[in-house]
Design a protein around this ligand. Sequence first.
Ligand SMILES: [Zn+2]
Length: 288
Amino acid sequence: MAKFVPDLTTDRWVIIAEGRSKRPVEEQTPKTAVKFCFFCPGYEKIPGEELFRIGPGGPYTMGWKVRVIKNKYPITDFHEVIIHSPSDTDDIDTLPIDQVKLILQAYKDRFNANFNNGHVINNVGEMAGASIRHPHSQLVVVPRQINLDTLSQEPIQNVLVDNTNFVVYCPEFSQWPFEIWIAPKKRDTYFGQITDLEIVDLAPILQEALKRLITRLTVKEPGHFNPGVPVVHFKGVPAYNFYIHHDKNWYIRIIPRLVHRAGFELGTGLSVNTMDPADAVNILKQEI
Ligand SMILES: [Zn+2]
């Protein structure tokens, strides 16, 4: 069971979740080894209690398009895993757009199913990579009495792209290089209130944002960096996190994990962003 510990002077909290350290981490297996993945079709009975699915078939059978299970190694009492699709490799940036819409519908359903239990935090990517590679998101519910130290929606500046219902931008208050935010044009709504028509609009713009981020920030060869991109501590495709803000005036915040936090930042709480968001948006706008 998770333990919530307050810091009495700042009203910040820490969650002690010891069981979480027992979760499995995929081993790097030699290419010749037979690989199997508990999130792939055919293993439905193994990873955890099935809570929800989109697509045909009863619980624990194949045929699903998006599948939601209970996390066996939870951070809090309500912790779900949303498996994005049967594909072991394709994620939101490369899946067919209709599948991205189904993922967003699953997010909405689970947000609303958990809303009465507390703050619903929906996130993708765990630090530099999730412990299981099969593309998935996590939904964690934090009791309402716990104060969350989160940002309100930042003012819209440095617009990357927009459509009828959404705008994609790089806020001036970006704590990380190449942060991308997606915000609805309609004010004062929760994510759980998104309509089917708005999902039709959100899916392609989310996909485009991720595609641009991945294409522009991928380091193709060691020592080679895309023009304008500051030196970063990785080779290959950038890892990223994104989360959906739990409160009114929701937004999606995408954070590429290009840099590590340094002692100065840990000691002061101040973020040092080595990339001006006004320049970041111009790099992300380049042809992909
Ligand atoms: Zn898989």
